[in-house]
Design a protein around this ligand. Structure first.
Ligand code: CP3
Length: 340
């Protein structure tokens, strides 16, 4: 068992910097496309045999130091009693967005083991196959709420912010339900065998710091404090576009803070103190020529040398257009340049 990733999460010394990439299982891989060609995205998430197969693909091909469960942050929202669709080229769609108290009342807090056994089964099967640690995950309540309220992806988050400002009781009621669902869901993943848990706050960066503090952060802290009572697996919190929120995000209680690429990693090290860091290569830097990419990677490894722990990652998900060969060059360079 390669436990370099878990050691880095805990701030222990490692022989080299472990690496995994957000969205490492996905459309840039012909092997993924082949499996995906036979089923819809939602079917793929719900078929443990296939979800296991695509989770393992990047590990087998490139040798990352951790695997991330193949699923989606919106899977538990469907279990909350919402119709969810994925439209080709447009992404997720909730045809009946939550915009009022009636919409909130309509949501249930599901028993994750009963309603999402396919996720737990995928985790159990993966643990039998994997020789690197398995990361489970969820969305953060604010990020999940944006999809439910907007009815899908958004650019300015008008409906979400309108609900926060104009119907705060409805908004907070919605957040309490999403938080309870997410907390139980992550606990169930840990019981099933997930060895670390990441909370994705993809849209936290669209909030002013005062709004983040009032409308998003308390719900993340609450999930983390629930988890601490029942499991000691490392907890990673990734607030995308969150460089301006670091003084807040250090207080949510995670072991590891994920960083996007908009901050120099040494500046983050100076601010976070007692946390391991994960990041933070610009996903598009995978298109750099080999020598320049290696230089960037070397600078990140060097910039993080005084961190309590460093897990190399991209600053956000890998894009589907990346040539797989560039991913191989990156993973090899990270291992080579960080060898101690
Ligand atoms: O490899 C991994 O990282 C594990 C699998 C994973 C997926 N989604 C698979 C996926 C993970 C961890 C996610 C998280 C997720 N899903 C997030 C948070 C991370 C981030 O990117 O900010 C968000 C916001 C979502 C919601 C979501 N799912 C969107 C907006 C989309 C459409 C956009 C897109 O990239 O197509 C998805 C679809 C999705 N999730 C795909 C995959 C592989 C593509 C689906 C396909 O095969 O057609």
């Amino acid at each position: 068992m390669n436990d370099t990733f878990l050691k880095a999460c805990r701030g222990e010394k490692t022989d080299y910097t472990p690496v995994w990439f957000m969205r490492q299982a996905g459309r840039y891989l012909p092997e993924y496309q082949k499996v995906r060609g036979t089923v819809t995205f939602l079917e793929l998430c719900k078929r443990p045999d296939l979800a296991v197969e695509v989770t393992l693909q990047p590990i087998d091909i490139f040798g990352m130091d951790a695997a991330i469960l193949f699923s989606d942050i919106l899977i538990p929202m469907e279990a909350m009693n919402l119709k969810l669709e994925f439209h080709e080229g447009r992404g997720p769609v909730f045809p009946n967005p939550v915009r009022d108290q009636k919409g909130v009342d309509n949501l249930i807090v599901p028993d994750p083991d009963a309603t999402m056994d396919f996720v737990m089964e995928t985790i159990r099967l993966l643990r039998k196959e994997l020789k690197v640690p398995l990361i489970g995950f969820s969305g953060a309540p604010f990020t999940l709420a944006t999809y439910l309220i907007e009815g899908g992806s958004s650019k300015v988050f008008l409906e979400t912010k309108k609900m926060m400002y104009q119907q705060p009781e409805v908004y907070h009621g919605l957040m309490r339900k999403i938080t309870e669902c997410t907390s139980l869901y992550l606990q169930a993943q840990a019981r099933a065998g997930a060895q670390a848990l990441q909370i994705f706050d993809s849209w936290a960066g669209v909030l002013a710091p005062c709004d983040y503090e009032e409308f998003a952060m308390p719900y993340v802290s609450s999930i983390i404090s629930d988890l601490r009572k029942v499991t000691d697996v490392p907890l990673i919190y990734f607030a995308n576009n969150g460089s301006t929120l670091i003084e807040h995000t250090v207080t949510v209680g995670a072991d590891v803070l994920g960083l996007d690429w908009r901050i120099k990693i040494q500046d983050a090290v100076a601010k976070v103190g007692n946390h391991a860091l994960q990041g933070n290569l610009d996903p598009i830097a995978l298109f750099l020529p080999k020598d320049k990419m290696r230089k960037r990677i070397g600078a990140i490894v060097e910039g993080a040398k005084d961190a309590k722990g460093h897990i190399f990652n991209l600053g956000h998900g890998i894009v589907p257009q990346v040539p797989p060969e560039q991913v191989r060059i990156a993973v090899d360079a990270i291992h080579e340049l960080s060898a101690r």
